[in-house]
Design a protein around this ligand. Structure first.
Ligand code: PLP
Length: 439
């Protein structure tokens, strides 16, 4: 049995290393959990195979929905987020789609915050729309009444992110959670950028948490992976809306996922054996192994990421070339109070700033970066920069970009854990080029 339950009361730093560890069972005494590169697993007998297929007995069968190496990462993420069970899938996109396809079907409706990750917006507006699921966005993520106003009988979930990129317009999770509770709806929170080091959304009224584990959870920029965490607190049986994949029997004589595993794990079981199994975004056990290795240092990395980011955000506010800095932890930022309340004054390490010289200044600055990598991706130990208006948000209309506050002078930074002075020196020389370009 993997280490988990007995570690439940231990500290975060202990759990990020030890929860889920299966190395005690290794016949050679290996200390690191082995990589089980096996797509399927043997049965002892016909009866054993029947029980596993009928879900009468939980256990290995086929790695599309369960693999022992992946389970190490799953148990660790569930523990760090404070959930009942986690599922690790092949990408963050797959985590988001698997959750919503478990909750909603054609004709159903989701209410979302507006400034969520651009790839998630594209998934909602293109792929989900084609399945007949409609996502509507509030215009002001800070106004709880706007979420309430969009809810209708077909609404099956609310969706927000803890620290949206690139504008750092953080959402009051408890205020949206309260609306979810009043309307009997599950609140799904993407916690990729804050990570459970800074906030555990399940403690503030969220019911399901998703991650792009490609980012901080893995931390090394080597894998694409995603995670789904079941908070275990939503009352599926008592809900006024119907969640048939969770509550309905697949056949008259076989139990529903809710009946089989109980309310605490019903969502995770349904997601694993319906959406994830059916669409098949299984993560490779090699990637799950790299994810689990990365998570061992999560809290240490996040402290350094946030310290570097706060220092850089503050330094940028003092620069003549810079018009504005969108970092919620800065005093005077409109989101400062929420960041203070939820993240203990931190605001992660992904944020943006806007250059006075518009597109020309942004281009000169970007092209001059040396230590800071010019690339998409966030949450790597390496610092990275991107120009959203021509990349992640390049396919959006000018009106849509303006609504999100993404102008031509805006640069997104994902601050890594390098030596602060080296990052400042690189930013300083690149800002110098931006001035030349516009003077
Ligand atoms: C990157 C990202 C995703 C998508 O994750 P992938 O692993 O790239 O598929 C989802 N949400 C947020 C907040 C992200 O940053």
């Amino acid at each position: 049995m993997a280490a988990g339950a007995e570690l439940g009361t231990k500290g975060f730093e202990t759990r990020q290393i030890h929860v889920g560890d299966i190395s005690a069972e290794d016949p050679f005494g290996a200390r690191i959990p082995p990589i089980y590169a096996s797509n399927a697993f043997r049965f002892d007998s016909l009866e054993h195979a029947r029980r596993r297929f009928a879900n009468e007995e939980e256990g290995q069968l086929y790695s599309r929905h369960l693999n022992p190496t992946t389970q190490v990462a799953e148990q660790r993420i569930a523990s760090l987020e404070g959930g009942s069970e986690a599922i690790v899938v092949a990408s963050g996109q797959a985590a988001v789609s698997s959750v919503l396809l478990t909750l909603a079907e054609a004709g159903d409706h989701i209410v979302s915050a507006p400034s969520i990750y651009s790839g998630t917006q594209i998934q909602f507006n293109r792929a989900l729309r084609r399945t007949g699921i409609e996502v509507e966005y509030v215009s002001d993520p800070h106004d709880p009444e706007q979420y309430r106003a969009l809810i209708r009988p077909q609404t099956k979930a609310l969706f927000v992110e803890t620290i949206p990129n690139p504008k750092n317009d953080v959402v009051d999770i408890a205020a949206v959670g309260e609306i979810a509770r009043e309307h009997g709806l599950p609140l799904v929170v993407d916690n990729t950028i804050a990570t459970p080091v800074f906030v555990r959304p399940l403690e503030h009224g969220a019911h399901i948490v998703v991650h792009s584990a490609s980012k901080y959870l893995a931390g090394h920029g080597a894998v694409i992976a995603g995670a789904i965490v079941d908070g275990g607190t939503f009352d599926w049986a008592g809900a006024s809306r119907r969640y048939p994949l969770i509550t309905d029997r697949p056949a008259p004589d076989s139990p529903s996922h809710l009946e089989r595993v109980g309310a605490r794990r019903a969502f995770a079981a349904a997601a694993r054996f319906t959406s994830v199994n059916d669409f098949g975004p299984a993560v490779s056990p090699f990637n799950a192994f790299l994810l689990q290795q990365g998570m061992e240092t999560l809290s240490l990395r996040m402290e350094r990421h946030a310290a570097n980011a706060a220092a850089i955000a503050q330094w940028l506010t003092g620069r003549a070339e810079v018009e504005s800095v969108d970092y919620a932890a800065l005093p005077g930022n409109p989101n400062h109070g929420i960041a203070q309340r939820y993240f203990d004054g931190h605001s992660g390490a992904v944020f943006s700033f806007t250059l006075k010289g518009g597109r020309a200044a942004a281009e000169a600055f970007f092209d001059s970066l040396q230590l800071i990598s010019k690339m998409t991706n966030i949450g790597d130990v390496r610092s990275m920069a991107l120009h959203p208006a021509t990349t992640t948000h390049g396919g959006f209309t000018e009106e849509h970009r303006q609504r999100l506050g993404i102008g031509q002078g805006l640069i997104r930074l994902s601050i890594g854990i390098e030596t602060l002075d080296d990052l400042l020196a690189d930013l300083d020389q690149a800002l110098g080029k931006a001035t030349v370009a516009t003077s």
